[in-house]
Design a protein around this ligand. Structure first.
Ligand code: HEM
Length: 398
């Protein structure tokens, strides 16, 4: 990282750094990543207090607002899954990206799937790829250079989206609508450039991590047939309670998915999609006798305790039942902790449960190809994109 760094691996230290002593640390962004996302000049972010923007983003993903989006998530999920049986096989990661990107886009910008959103997704895919490079040099021909170019294109493509949304008076509030309403101390509203930039940041926060989660869900369920059958029974019961096959899932259905919810949690634990978080000390800090000098980085290893036998019995076994009892305090932090804790955690939970519902009630699947293993950077993902052969079930609804 090029900075003196202290590495922590216990949940207690994680809690200390992320929450209890939050005032003593600042978040740390990798410069090569920030560069890909901070598309307009730094001056743009000066116009509105960052705290106000962050609060608005968190508010826009408040449980009650996200709960109202279940029908939309349902529609997007059916749209993605309905095409699977027309193909000899699918790359789970490709399909997961489609689902994750459009669910996030709907939530943050109220945008429905279209050829334009597909192009936006493909372009943003290059930005993500550029973040994963170990050589972030802006040299033509490199993936980092391509990512910078594509990031700029995404930023520009969002300009008409923001302008149109300013004119619309939509009943359903998305993050963009709420950001448009805030004012700084001089009574000025946020600029279009700034809004476009924040949308890019939100896409980054919500897109790739969600797509990767869906891939892990398919992998773990496929490898654990007994659990899959139990999840299927839970989801079939919900489906059979519907009057018409077209009826979307509702909030009541979501709360009737306790087993699938534990599968979601166990997948987050095993995959540890955000394996570590980094903070910078704002001052000299003493933690249980250990001196953390001002401006040093602290690397909070989350995966260490997610997979630590002291915290989770038989940690490499996929066992959703361990979440029937609450996890030891702070030994499960897939969404971080404290003030920066992921505001998208309810959204992604609903997305994952709806996805599993249509997956197991519509298809059976079988992993194909010989590629094994995990790519670990920037986040852990199944190598090869998990190609699967799918077969439509008799009473499927998509
Ligand atoms: C599997 C999916 C996801 C995982 C594992 C995940 C994980 C995390 C983690 C660990 C953080 C804390 C970062 C830190 O403390 O430095 C975070 C922050 C954040 N996440 Fe997520 N996230 C996911 C999905 C989403 C989604 C769908 C959205 C919606 C746009 C989202 C939006 C955000 C935002 C805006 C932040 C920054 C919050 C802040 O700085 O106050 N995330 N996420």
């Amino acid at each position: 990282m090029g900075n003196p760094t202290i590495v922590t691996s216990t949940p207690e230290a994680a809690r200390f750094v992320l929450a209890t002593q939050h005032k003593s640390f600042t978040t740390f962004d990798y410069p090569s990543v920030s560069r890909l996302l901070s598309i307009p000049s730094a001056a743009v972010s000066q116009e509105m207090p960052p705290g106000k923007i962050l609060k608005t983003i968190h508010d826009s993903m408040h449980f009650e607002l996200v709960r109202d989006k279940i029908a939309k998530i349902d529609k997007i999920t059916r749209w993605v899954l309905s095409s699977w049986d027309k193909q000899p096989f699918v790359f789970t990661y490709q399909e997961a990206k489609k689902l994750a990107f459009h669910a996030v886009l709907d939530s943050i910008a109220g945008m429905a799937p279209s050829p334009e959103t597909m192009k936006l997704m493909d372009d943003f895919g290059y930005v993500i790829k550029g973040m994963g490079t170990s050589m972030p040099f802006n040299i033509p021909g490199t993936s980092y250079h391509m990512a910078l170019e594509k990031g700029q294109q995404v930023f520009e493509a969002l300009s008409p989206v923001v302008k149109k949304r300013r004119l619309e008076k939509s009943q359903e509030k998305c993050t963009l609508d709420l950001l448009m309403e805030i004012e700084n101390a001089n009574g000025e509203k946020i600029s279009d450039d700034s809004l476009q930039s924040h949308l890019c940041g939100l896409m980054f926060a919500g897109f790739h991590s969600s797509a990767v989660l869906f891939v892990w869900l398919v992998k773990f369920l496929g490898e654990n047939q007994e659990i899959l059958q139990q999840v299927k029974a839970e989801q079939d019961t919900i489906r059979m309670g519907k009057i018409s096959p077209e009826d979307p899932l509702s909030w009541t259905d979501i709360i009737n998915m306790p087993l699938t919810s534990t599968v979601f949690q166990e997948t987050l634990r095993m995959a540890s999609i955000v394996p570590f978080l980094t903070r910078r000390a704002k001052e000299d800090i003493n933690y249980e006798g250990i001196q953390i000098p001002k401006s040093w980085l602290v690397h909070v290893g989350i995966q260490n305790f997610h997979l630590g036998p002291e915290y989770h019995k038989d940690p490499l076994k996929f066992d959703p039942s361990r979440f029937q009892a609450p996890a030891k305090p702070a030994a499960f932090l897939p969404f971080g902790n404290g003030a920066s804790m992921c505001p998208g955690r309810e959204l992604i939970k609903f997305e994952a449960l709806v996805f599993v519902h249509y997956l197991v009630t519509t298809y059976s699947w079988e992993r194909i190809g010989s590629e094994q293993g995990i790519d670990h950077w920037p986040i852990p993902i199944v190598k090869g994109g998990l190609p699967i052969k799918v077969a439509k079930l008799n009473k499927s609804v998509t």
